[in-house]
Design a protein around this ligand. Structure first.
Ligand code: DX5
Ligand code: ZN
Length: 221
């Protein structure tokens, strides 16, 4: 059983896109801690989702932090727009630009928390020299681009490694996992050291009346 109470960040990607405001409100009412927003450009990943105008339109609907996962390249020209739209956490993939350190500093300068996302092939050492600049670490347990894929157990070792790297800093940096997180795989993530869980399909299945139970099931309670 889980020792900690994980942060649950439902991914809006699995919601009904024709009712985004309603879905965001239902998820907050169901006990979600953060709202995970997947931004895709059809270039960095093979899918297209939404941009800063939609994030801005959603902002008045809920109070929970917006955890914005940028799957766009380049990301730098859009950081300000996402921050102004109401993003609280902005996470980028190191592969999306040539200067990760500069990008992270810029996100912080804008007043948001700066996150780094690890693709399944991205090594933990990528941020070895940037631990002071990082406010959140997000490990992808699928290849980014689509919801509903199966959890890659190969990433559990990486979560463990990043847990050790975070502990060595003495700072409380959330370690988030994204992709194929279900009531079955969530305990594996927690045992490996994760403190935050993104889930699309596992939260949104069954419609609004099921959201609270789905979130509880991820927490293992
Ligand atoms: C995929 C996204 C995920 C996605 C997860 O690129 O980053 O946030 O919504 O979906 P599930 O939980 O269905 O695997
Ligand atoms: Zn995501």
């Amino acid at each position: 059983m889980t020792q900690i109470r994980p942060i649950i960040a439902p991914s809006l990607l699995a919601s009904d896109f024709a009712k985004l405001g309603e879905e965001a409100r239902a998820i907050e009412a169901a006990g979600a801690d953060w709202l995970h927003i997947d931004v895709m450009d059809g270039h960095f990943v093979p899918n297209i989702t939404l941009g800063p105008d939609i994030v801005k339109a959603l902002r008045p609907h809920v109070k929970i932090p917006f955890d914005v996962h940028l799957m766009i390249a380049p990301a730098d020209p859009y950081l300000e727009a996402f921050r102004e739209a109401g993003a609280d956490i902005i996470s980028v993939h190191p592969e999306s630009g040539p200067h990760l350190n500069r990008t992270l500093k810029r996100i912080r300068q804008l007043g948001a928390k700066a996150g780094v996302v690890f693709n399944p092939s991205t090594p933990p050492e990528t941020i070895e020299w940037m631990m002071d600049e990082v406010d959140l670490i997000l490990v992808m347990s699928i290849n980014p681009g689509f919801g509903g894929q199966s959890f890659m157990t190969s990433q559990l070792k990486k979560i463990e490694r990043l847990r050790a790297m975070i502990d060595a800093t003495g700072r409380d940096i959330p370690l988030e996992v994204d992709g194929g997180v279900t009531p079955q795989t969530a305990p594996l993530c927690i045992a490996a050291g994760a403190t935050a869980l993104v889930a699309g399909s596992a939260v949104f299945r069954g419609g609004p009346s099921a959201y609270a139970d789905n979130i509880r099931a991820l927490r293992g309670v």
